[in-house]
Design a protein around this ligand. Structure first.
Ligand SMILES: *Cc1c(COP(=O)(O)O)cnc(C)c1O
Length: 420
């Protein structure tokens, strides 16, 4: 049988739920067959059907340098020869931890894990252990991975598939999760007041990038910081998307607000499965084997993954104007889309979202007003034009550093043509 996306998907559906290993990859909401990707290079991906696409997903963020960056591959290749996994200490994990800690002032100590989900789950456990409190506050429409306590009003995947709260999560697991409204400090203040002395942490995506892209309003992050200070509550920035993307020091550096703990994922592994959580030393010393909060991982600090992450972060750091250029390109894209479509385009740095509405989008409710049918229509036309965006209205357009002005102009004019 021909190796086409359609054939592969038909096989996949028999052996994996929905034919996928992560629901956001299924093109279910746009009613199409997901493209099976054969290979990727620079800012392009190539499917098994022989078509190429400008890739505005970038593996959902990690490929900020573009695909197949030679020295990242080289770092991986040379490590492969020395062993795939030891389940023991290795030099690369120390190097990666040092590299981050020397450059990101609010990270004094860090622990590597294997995914963003794991990072968040662990950071929340640490916050609870440190404060000896049970409750946590998250925001509607923010996604923090798929651990039980976090699957309450959890953003894109859930928004796309209409399941704000997952089945299989016990009341016990979610009863301590309080949900506030993003960009609404009053909602946070009320929860803190009604649960005085009980809230261990507030966890937030400093830029909400799993309900499209919702930008923190002036004073929102600062307000969270001071509410946390007043209530003995820890502030966790989930920087799984924004970390090493908006700036090397992530959203914390970009917006100048300092969290107590940070979670990383995506870019930190350079395309390999890595997550991490870190922050104040005093808090991180709660973690086993120093402290009493247990957290472990057979493959954590895996040498191949560390090599890919380190090579990626080195490049981001060493190219001094990296973020200036990438963010400027992101703004150029957003401005162009705004101009030719007339729709609302939210943007921070290299993250943008075109919402099919002409009203401003500052909250979860605003995001839900976007026209998802229009999204599906444009999505399939974009594919025809060789432009690959995430198959949901509620995801970001992720730029990587390989996009040229010509590429971005082509994207803008394609939207213009489709929407004419
Ligand atoms: C992707 C994501 C996660 C989960 O990371 P995984 O590696 O998919 O487990 C957590 N938080 C945010 C903000 C994310 O975007």
């Amino acid at each position: 049988m021909n190796k086409t996306s359609e054939n592969l998907f038909n096989r996949a559906k028999f052996v994996m739920p929905g034919g996928v290993n992560s629901p956001v990859r299924a093109f279910q909401s746009v009613g199409l067959v997901p493209r099976f990707i054969d290979r990727a290079k620079g800012n392009k991906i190539y499917d098994v059907d022989g078509k190429e696409y400008l890739d505005l997903v970038g593996s959902w963020g990690p490929m900020i340098l573009g695909h197949g960056e030679e020295h990242v591959l080289e770092a991986v290749r040379s490590q492969i020869e020395k062993g795939l996994s030891f389940g023991a200490c290795n030099e690369l994990e120390v190097q990666l931890a040092e590299f981050i800690i020397e450059r990101v002032p609010h990270i004094e100590m860090i622990r590597m894990v294997n995914s963003g989900t794991e990072a968040v789950m662990s950071a929340v456990r640490v916050a609870r252990g440190y404060t000896k409190r049970n409750k946590i506050i998250k925001f509607e429409g923010c996604y923090h991975g798929h651990s039980d306590a976090m699957l309450v009003k959890a953003g894109s995947g859930a928004m796309t598939f209409g399941e704000p709260n997952s089945s299989g999560v016990t009341e016990g697991a979610s009863q301590d999760t309080l949900t506030a409204k993003y960009n609404d400090l009053e909602s946070v203040r009320t929860l803190l007041k009604n649960n005085e002395g009980e809230v261990a942490c507030i966890i937030v995506e400093p830029v909400a990038a799993n309900m499209g892209v919702v930008v923190p309003m002036e004073g929102f992050l600062e307000g969270l910081r001071s509410l946390c200070n007043d209530n003995g509550t820890l502030l966790i920035f989930d920087e799984v998307i924004t970390g090493f993307r908006l700036a090397f020091g992530g959203a914390a550096e970009y917006f100048g607000v300092t969290p107590d703990l940070v979670t990383y994922g995506k870019i930190i592994g350079g395309g390999m499965p890595v997550g991490a959580y870190g922050g104040k030393k005093e808090i991180m010393e709660m973690v086993s084997p120093v402290g009493k909060v247990y957290q472990a991982g057979t493959l954590s600090g895996n040498p191949i993954a560390m090599a890919a992450g380190l090579a990626t972060l080195r490049t981001l750091w060493e190219q001094k104007d990296f973020y200036e250029k990438l963010n400027a390109m992101g703004e150029y894209l957003a401005e162009g889309l705004r101009k030719v479509t007339g729709f609302t385009v939210n943007n921070v740095g290299s993250l943008s979202c075109l919402y099919y509405t002409d009203e401003t989008v500052e909250t979860y409710e605003d995001a839900l007003r976007a026209n998802t049918n229009k999204f599906s229509y444009v999505f399939s036309k974009l594919l025809d034009k060789g432009i690959y965006v995430a198959p949901s209205q509620f995801e970001a357009l992720f730029l990587n550093s390989k996009f040229t002005k010509e590429d971005v102009d082509y994207i803008i004019s394609s939207y213009e043509e489709i929407l004419r």
